[in-house]
Write a protein of this length. Structure first.
Ligand SMILES: Nc1ncnc2c1ncn2[C@@H]1O[C@H](COP(=O)(O)OP(=O)(O)OP(=O)(O)O)[C@@H](O)[C@H]1O
Ligand SMILES: [Mg+2]
Lengths: 235, 296
């Protein structure tokens, strides 16, 4: 894991605007910065633009205007062949998981390592370890279609963290699971955060936000960041 | 190539079903063309050898009043024409006396022969290393000098050589065309495959896969299909070539030089499946790179 001094910004948006095709701007003048090692909620009503904002952060889209600086690199001036190296420092839990249906849980979680060219012996050692840690030791060979919603979610999270990312982006990671599992996932994220990973969890689950009221949040409405609440001391 | 890891379920794709058959056809045609090219070039070499060395130009005597002078003029013109042909080393006309001397064994040395309108001969020495299109020279000669002609047998061989060369080029063009169709099929199949597996490709892309990581998987698949098709084509070509060679050997008179395929020909044909699969692989790879370069 790359240890970054806390406080330095891991990501910064400057007057970022985004539109899909010729449609209206779904993000307008978004400006904020996330310090390295922080843990933020990204909140806002449905359709506010949370997923779109995350998509910009994990380099799934380029902004139509403004500036995105990720790991001290201005994305607009970064060469295309340099982007994979940046993406490998980001773990993403997609809103709809995006597991590959024809691969086993083990192979799904192994993907980020295979993409990096990690040796197969390493993969066979670390991936089962992580899957056991998220409680799926008995489902290494299971295809996603045979897993429950909560199990899929844990596979998706394991895939997001297997590469020890500097930045973890989770889009509604508690959307499809019961309260109990939602809490467990949040504790898991807090553990990762203590190990140095910067975390952003997008959610419109106010209950969850209230339970973790000590965490800072970025609130977005109608494509505009309306407030950034800093962390409460001693939370 | 085989057994390499793949994240994309490409083996089940229906779009690439025809690829092996196309590659088989390409390899079959290419094998025929290569065999033909080797045999023909062997034949050409031998014929070229026959054609080179010395040539004879025959000039028919002119009629009319000043027959003798007119004939001399024709010979002179023919010599000029032959001298201008590249690759010609020496041109020597036999005057009437030399011609008569040559004919003496048959006609005798009488005065009567002196007055016969005898054709004149011109001896032409050519550089054996230079290929001369004799058919073309013959035509030029007979156009420039009435009654002048080149040695028939050799002109005919030269025409055969020209024909063989045309056939060789035709074979190359046919193989190139089939290659282009195969490439187009690979491009189409790859694009379709990428559309079908768009979701998977996007995930790979977002977790930091380089374009080549994805391209390689399509390329491996195309290579495997290409090799399968190539071996199939080779399997069809070898019995066909054996059969053709066998019947040619029965036909072979004194006229055709032996029609055997040299070792290099067999090696080239054996490499064809690999070449075809390589073409499919390269095309798939470039196609994926082209499509992915539009992703952010
Ligand atoms: N691929 C797309 N093409 C066009 N418009 C899109 C696309 N994705 C999102 N949008 C639009 O952008 C706006 C923001 O959508 P986004 O998915 O970012 O919202 P969200 O905050 O994640 O909502 P939710 O909480 O329901 O997930 C919406 O108006 C949506 O219609
Ligand atoms: Mg969303």
């Amino acid at each position: 894991m790359r240890h970054r001094p806390r406080g330095e910004n891991i990501i910064r948006f400057d007057s970022v605007g985004l539109r899909y095709g010729l449609g209206p701007e779904v993000l307008q003048d978004v400006t904020f910065a996330l310090p390295s090692g922080s843990f933020h909620f990204l909140t806002g009503p449905s359709g506010a633009g949370k997923s779109s904002l995350l998509r910009l952060m994990y380099l799934g889209l380029r902004p139509t205007r403004g500036r995105v600086v990720l790991f001290d690199r201005d994305i607009a001036t970064t060469k295309r062949y340099e982007l994979p190296a940046l993406r490998r420092r980001i773990g993403v839990v997609f809103q709809d998981f995006r597991l590959l249906d024809h691969l086993t849980a083990l192979d799904n979680v192994a993907l980020p390592l295979r993409v990096r060219g990690v040796r197969e012996s390493e993969i066979q050692k670390h991936v089962p370890e992580l899957l056991a840690w998220v409680g799926l030791a008995d489902h290494l060979g299971a295809k996603p279609s045979t897993l429950s919603g909560g199990q899929k979610q844990r596979v998706a999270i394991a895939r997001a963290v297997i590469g020890r990312p500097d930045l973890l982006l989770a889009d509604e990671p508690t959307g499809n699971v019961d309260d109990h599992i939602a809490m467990r996932l949040m504790y898991l994220f807090e553990e990762l955060n203590k190990l140095g990973t910067t975390i952003v969890v997008a959610t419109h689950n106010e209950l969850l936000v209230q339970r973790f009221i000590h965490l800072p949040r970025v609130h977005i409405e109608h494509g505009m960041v309306t407030k950034v609440r800093e962390a409460m001391e001693g939370g | 190539m085989f057994g390499r890891h793949s994240d994309l379920p490409l083996a089940g794709d229906a779009t690439s079903r025809f690829l092996p058959w196309l590659v088989a056809l390409m390899v079959f045609m290419a094998a025929m063309a290569v065999a033909g090219a080797f045999v023909i070039s062997g034949v050409i070499d031998r014929w070229d050898h026959d054609v080179s060395g010395t040539l004879t130009v025959q000039v028919l005597p002119a009629g009319g009043e000043q027959a003798e002078a007119a004939t001399d003029e024709r010979v002179h013109l023919a010599v000029e024409v032959m001298r201008k042909v590249p690759g010609v080393l020496m041109v020597k006309a036999f005057d009437k006396k030399r011609t008569l001397a040559l004919l003496e064994p048959w006609l005798g040395g009488t005065d009567v022969v002196q007055d016969l309108p005898l054709p004149r001969l011109i001896d032409v020495t050519v550089d054996a290393n230079v290929h001369i299109d004799l058919a073309e020279v013959a035509e030029r000669l007979s156009r420039a000098v009435p009654g002048a002609s080149l040695d028939d047998h050799r002109v005919w061989l030269s025409r055969l050589i020209n024909l063989s060369r045309t056939i060789q080029w035709l074979a190359i063009v046919v193989v190139a065309l089939i290659g282009a169709v195969t490439s187009a099929t690979v491009v189409y199949g790859t694009r379709t495959g990428m559309a079908v597996h768009h979701g998977i490709i996007e995930v790979l892309h977002l977790i930091g896969a380089h374009d080549d990581y994805i391209a390689r998987q399509f390329a491996d698949r195309a290579f495997a299909l290409g090799i399968a098709g190539g071996l199939m084509g080779l399997g069809m070509a070898l019995p066909a070539l054996t059969a053709i060679g066998w019947s040619a050997r029965r036909l072979e008179g004194g006229f055709l030089p032996s029609l055997s395929l040299p070792l290099l020909g067999y090696v080239t044909i054996a490499l064809l499946p690999l070449l075809a699969a390589g073409l499919a692989m390269l095309t798939a790879r470039l196609t994926v790179h082209g499509t992915l370069s539009r992703m952010p």
